[in-house]
Ligand binder design. Structure first.
Ligand code: AMP
Length: 334
């Protein structure tokens, strides 16, 4: 059936438990977009191999990411929810795009430089060309919108460059993909200790995971960095305080947020009370998701069916694009 809605694509690597950064930066928008757009969302298992070559946990991690997306409200009947490695056309497009990506620009990518610093023993070509594979994932479905967090901004800019080079050299095949957050700036959820961002594999004690139990959530929130409070009325919030307000906006009622905003503005705020409130609201937000994830994970048959149906939708779209790509590139010889 022809779908005239605008196309959306995004993915999450199965490198560990999903956290509030993934939720805020990505999944919340996936769920919002699923009714109005033609959506392709995938578990980026090939991407995870660039930093996590040990595949012993991969299957359970893939299942978990799928279950976590569904538990957050993604409906596999409304979107294509699939696994990257099931769509082999991705590898072909990745190869073509590699000819349009230059070593110099790849080496300058911030995420590449970060990963080289973190793991100098494993600077592999897959890591260098990570943004090329990501561009292939996106444009394989000719997607226009890519709901992602702020850390992906540069990768999206690179994807646009590859698209423009392709279109310029071989003819207009691809639209330019844009990072998407409903006309708002892209989001970065900082870690609770304010030393970096929430992450699947770093800053684990300062990251809130959708799998954290109630006691762990409370402990982590209470340890969030604060200070002794504002001394001037209506002053600007330091970023670590803004972060606590941002987390609160995700899970607390407008009434609660307004109360703490007022207290901040008139310098009567007690951050201990604010964190206690946030911890309880977080527990109420995370615990139903966590329980739902556990229930979904028990039903492996359902997860396999989700992956199969999702792959079929993604492969159909990928095949149609690749026909256009090969034609445009002059790779059809008979
Ligand atoms: P990754 O965990 O790197 O596979 O990223 C999956 C999605 O979550 C991407 O759209 C990221 O931009 C987003 N994301 C990851 N960490 C954060 C964070 N701390 N804040 C906001 N978005 C994030």
């Amino acid at each position: 059936m022809k779908d005239d809605r605008e196309i959306v694509m995004s993915g999450i690597r199965p490198t560990g438990f999903l956290h509030l950064g993934n939720y805020f930066g990505a999944i919340r928008n996936y769920v919002k977009m699923q009714d109005d757009y033609n959506c392709f969302f995938m578990v980026a298992d090939w991407h995870s191999l660039t930093t996590h070559p040990d595949t012993k946990q991969l299957k359970s991690n893939v299942h978990r990411v799928l279950a976590e997306n569904i538990a957050c409200g993604l409906n596999p009947d409304k979107v294509a929810l699939y696994c990257q490695s099931h769509v082999h056309e991705t590898a072909e497009l990745y190869l073509y795009l590699n000819m349009l990506a230059y070593k110099g620009e790849l080496e300058k990518t911030v995420t590449f430089k970060d990963k080289v610093r973190q793991n100098p023993e494993n600077v592999n070509a897959g890591l260098l060309t990570y943004p090329v594979l990501q561009a292939a994932d996106i444009i394989l479905h000719r997607a226009k919108f890519v709901p992602v967090g702020k850390d992906q901004e540069q990768h999206l800019e690179m994807a646009r460059n590859f698209v423009n080079r392709f279109n310029h050299r071989y003819g207009e095949v691809f639209p330019e993909p844009q990072a998407f957050n409903y006309n708002q700036a892209l989001i970065k959820v900082p870690s609770l200790d304010n030393t970096g961002k929430m992450s699947k594999s770093e800053n684990q004690l300062a990251t809130l995971y959708l799998a954290d139990n109630d006691a762990t959530i409370r402990k982590k929130v209470m340890k969030a960095v604060t200070d002794s409070g504002p001394v001037e009325m209506n002053s600007a919030k330091p970023d670590y305080i803004e972060n606590i307000f941002d987390l609160m906006k995700l899970v607390s009622s407008a009434e609660v947020i307004n109360r703490f905003e007022d207290e901040f503005n008139n310098c009567t705020i007690r951050y201990g009370d604010m964190k206690k409130q946030l911890a309880e609201d977080m527990v109420n937000f995370i615990s139903p998701i966590r329980n739902q994830v556990e229930a979904i994970l028990q039903d492996e048959k359902y997860l396999l069916q989700v992956m199969e149906t999702g792959a079929a939708k993604a492969i159909e779209s990928a095949k149609a694009t690749m026909l256009q790509v090969r034609k445009a590139m002059g790779l059809q010889y008979y």
